[in-house]
Design a protein around this ligand. Structure first.
Ligand SMILES: [Zn+2]
Length: 388
């Protein structure tokens, strides 16, 4: 059995240990030490990374009491002596903050709303916590506030092993019904839960707890949570976004939502105006073009595919053959819509797109796509093409 230094001191991150052996663990090379401060994956918390001598540890796992430090490349590590080891404590402390935050939230949710934590996942960006019943927006707000009040209260967090005789008299949360010798993590005044992971010593170290999202999940709710340094980084990123958005919209920092609403309304009005003018333009072209035989190509500036389709359907009556409506430029190519009042345009799709280096297709009375050709090449091609 590997001696677990992380239970004696959750903050220990540099230590000397003896290398006992190199082993293959689940297909990876792993170092086994006589003792370690590397926390192995457990209780929903990922395994630590760091260094053993000059060797990089990428993960830590435990099996039957033996702790395996997974390494990418053991190099020429000396397996006979004592070696200096260092846990990546920045990462580990963020996980301790997050995991303690999860206990606070789950404990308070259980106490306030009688919901049970039935699922937990943690990675280095977010945590998800699943509860067995749904919670309303107001309940979630109360939960978040109470969880942060627990942080400010700086309650003590202790882990302990109750004696067998005590087990029936103490109450604690647990996902496993039949625990023989549970390790209990107590947040004084807030929560008691069976857990094997390493936590911070006082809740103040969690810093902040933020619920990012709450979505329905298997009849209950799945919360996405962040805590501590991860929440701070998230705040920094989001604040930079807010400043940038406020700057772009020339609005005050706290009023970007109203500014976006105004911008969306403005865009809606402009779309409506554009639609009116586009319809008027198409009607004008239709009215002033005399009916001709053969194919016709109409070129409009900056029409989107949907407007091209509307124009093609509207203008087909002035064309004896194909009514081709295009929009684009000679360098990037042209979007097109093709209709006809006299023939089935679908019969010509393959011929047309291959002749004009294009792609596209369609159904019923209109084909649409893109040509990689110049305007004059497109016009020349359709002036030669016979369809009737
Ligand atoms: Zn836990």
């Amino acid at each position: 059995m590997t001696e677990k230094l992380y239970y004696a001191d959750g903050y220990l991150h540099e230590f000397d240990a003896r290398i006992l052996r190199l082993e293959t663990f689940r297909g990876n090379t792993a170092i086994v030490l006589d003792k370690t401060a590397f926390f192995p994956e457990g209780g929903g918390q990922p395994g630590d990374s760091g260094r053993i001598g000059d060797v990089s540890v990428i993960d830590t796992q435990i099996e039957q009491g033996i702790i395996y430090h997974i390494v990418k490349d053991p190099g020429n590590i000396d397996v006979t002596g004592t070696v200096r080891c260092a846990v990546d404590f920045q990462k580990r402390f963020a996980r301790m903050q997050a995991h303690t935050g999860e206990h606070i939230v789950s404990g308070i949710a259980h106490a306030m709303f009688c919901v049970n934590n039935v699922g937990f996942h943690m990675d280095d960006t977010v945590m998800t916590v699943d509860f067995d019943r749904r919670l309303s927006k107001e309940q979630l707000d109360d939960l978040e506030l109470s969880a942060n009040e627990c942080v400010y209260g700086n309650a003590e967090v202790v882990s302990w092993y109750p004696a067998d005789s005590e087990l029936n008299s103490i109450s604690f949360r647990s996902k496993i019904d039949d625990l023989e010798h549970p390790r209990i993590v107590t947040i004084r005044g807030y929560d008691q839960c069976a857990c094997c992971a390493v936590h911070v010593a006082r809740t103040g170290e969690v810093g902040i707890i933020k619920i990012l999202t709450a979505v329905s999940h298997r009849g209950g709710v799945r919360l996405t949570l962040i805590c501590g340094i991860t929440a701070y980084r998230d705040y920094v990123m989001k604040h930079a976004h807010t400043l940038r958005i406020a700057d772009l919209l020339a609005s005050k920092h706290g009023e970007t939502d109203a500014a976006v609403e105004r911008q969306l309304q403005k865009e809606k009005d402009l779309r409506w105006q554009l639609q009116q003018r586009t319809d008027a333009l198409i009607a004008y072209v239709k009215k002033n073009e005399s009916q001709t035989t053969g194919n016709r190509v109409f070129c409009f500036e900056k029409f989107d595919p949907e407007t091209l389709k509307t124009a093609a359907v509207s203008l087909k009556e002035v064309c004896g053959g194909l009514c081709v409506v295009i929009s684009g430029d000679d360098r990037k190519g042209y979007y097109f819509a093709i209709t006809s009042a006299s023939v089935n345009v679908n019969c010509f799709t393959k011929t047309i797109v291959s002749a004009l280096n294009g792609s596209g297709g369609g159904r019923f009375d209109v084909i649409q796509g893109r040509f990689q050709a110049t305007e004059s090449e497109i016009k020349a091609y359709f002036s030669e093409l016979t369809v009737n």
